[in-house]
Design a protein around this ligand. Structure first.
Ligand SMILES: Cc1cc2nc3c(=O)[nH]c(=O)nc-3n(C[C@H](O)[C@H](O)[C@H](O)COP(=O)(O)OP(=O)(O)OC[C@H]3O[C@@H](n4cnc5c(N)ncnc54)[C@H](O)[C@@H]3O)c2cc1C
Length: 411
């Protein structure tokens, strides 16, 4: 029998999506050797809306401020930049929220297929410090004393990794979560969503606004059309899992039905063509405050349920958790102490930027859908809301993303 390849490493990250790659990049910056493994060969797809929010921009600016200016803003075949979004209300009314022309030098959003974005992020890992293993799937996890044993399959056959510290950045279907006995779906903090790439969707905004539509038929759901380069669009639909279960909804079917029958969407799609079949994936939202640390382990990104519950955005919050994790680990390495007490404040630090959204989501989830529908028809179309968003809120968010240090309090 061929013996598995045996490797020892002090820290091993499972998953090289936005959360895992970010943790690896910042461990490298701190000179901390480690291994990062991913089941996929990159570039690889991930079912997503592909919207890169200001949290993403903020972490990218910490990796290297030149990434926005010299890569995302320049590679126009991979990245669409945008200065705002368009809400389409259940009434059919359009509300455009954009930054003022003279404020709009620094992009507020990018849209990029994950196959491109995740590959760009992976390329920022310093391979003289990190041992990057792609096409390597971890299949079993066990632990003896303080040593983790990870067994799996790599490009050259079986692989066995021994590590003292394990980082689970392996997404919503995390094997690390399963090993910890925590992979249970909490429907109150989970959403189901589908995505389909399309060509030729009509009526896209000339300034590439990201469109979010709340269909009248199912108000507590959201349909998106995000502009991609080359006349393509990421089109998708998602809703809370407790709503899906209560109303016995098939999200995929509803999505296809909406495109064919919804009066707002029919004219948009009449000459458009799908580039792929409809693809679905889960969204583990922040709200439950899942314990994401312990002696010798940490969870990041979707594995730690880090998706913003009001927007469904998890790339930026996942990257933030990777950044925070690297800071906590840096201290652990310096003090050679990987005990649980070194990570006690990790949960607080990864969730502190999501508290308001968690409260808003709990409120929205507690009111009847009809009330929600009336509420957004009224609030989002007021001039005050538009003024506050375009002139105050967006200005502050952009300033934070481009100019403010990410603060991590270890104690
Ligand atoms: C339909 C949909 C639309 C969304 N739209 C947006 C959006 O527009 N903007 C946004 O910010 N967020 C969006 N999200 C959320 C976003 O996709 C996730 O929050 C984000 O991908 C989380 O990143 P991550 O690094 O934690 O996990 P992932 O991106 O899932 O990466 C996990 C990695 O782990 C690897 N892996 C898994 N298991 C193993 C294993 N056993 N061994 C080795 N490797 C393994 C995988 O191959 C993968 O590369 C959307 C989600 C869905 C489902």
């Amino acid at each position: 029998m061929i013996q598995p390849q045996k490797i020892k490493t002090s820290i091993c990250i499972i998953g090289a999506g936005p959360a895992g790659s970010t943790a690896s990049i910042f461990l490298c910056k701190a000179g901390i050797q480690h291994m990062i493994v991913d089941a996929a060969s990159f570039p690889r797809d991930k079912v997503c809306g592909d919207g890169l929010d200001l949290n993403t921009i903020r972490v990218l600016n910490h990796i290297d401020p030149a990434i926005i200016e010299k890569e995302l803003s320049v590679k126009k075949d991979q990245f669409t930049s945008s200065q705002g979004f368009r809400f389409i209300l259940p009434s059919g009314r359009k509300v455009d929220i954009m930054r003022r022309q003279n404020d709009a030098i620094q992009p507020m959003f990018f849209v990029s297929k994950r196959i491109d974005f995740d590959n760009l992020l992976l390329s920022k890992i310093d391979r003289s410090i990190a041992d990057v293993r792609l096409a390597t799937r971890i299949e079993t996890i066990s632990r003896t004393g303080k040593t983790w044993k990870l067994e799996g399959e790599g490009p050259d056959g079986k692989i066995e990794i021994e590590t003292g510290f394990l980082i689970g950045a392996d997404g919503d279907h995390s094997i690390v979560l399963r090993h910890l006995g925590e992979r249970t779906i909490d429907r109150n903090n989970y959403a189901g969503a589908v995505r389909q790439y399309w060509s030729g969707v009509e009526g896209m905004h000339t300034d590439n606004l990201l469109e979010v539509y709340f269909p009248k038929r199912l108000p507590l759901s959201y349909f998106w059309i995000f502009p991609l380069p080359g006349g393509k669009a990421n089109v998708g639909y998602g809703m809370a899992s407790n709503y899906v279960a209560r109303n016995n909804i098939n999200v995929r079917k509803e999505f296809e039905e909406l495109i064919k029958t919804d009066p707002v969407l029919i004219p948009r799609f009449k000459n458009a063509k799908p580039d792929e079949t409809v693809k679905g994936w889960g969204i583990p939202m922040s709200g439950k405050n899942r314990k994401a640390y312990g002696e010798g382990w940490l969870l990041l990104g979707d594995a730690a349920s880090m998706v913003c519950p009001t927007s469904g955005e998890g790339i930026g919050s996942g990257m933030l958790s990777g950044y925070v994790a690297a800071k906590f680990l840096q201290r652990a390495v310096q003090q050679n102490d990987f005990s649980e007490k070194m990570f006690t404040n990790y949960n607080r630090e990864i969730h502190k930027r999501l508290k308001t959204e968690e409260k808003v989501y709990r409120f929205v989830n507690s009111i009847p859908p009809k009330v929600f529908s009336i509420g957004i028809n009224t609030i989002l179309s007021t001039r005050l809301f538009k003024y506050w968003m375009s002139n105050k809120a967006m200005k502050k968010w952009v300033d934070t993303a481009y100019n403010k240090e990410i603060e991590v309090r270890l104690t």
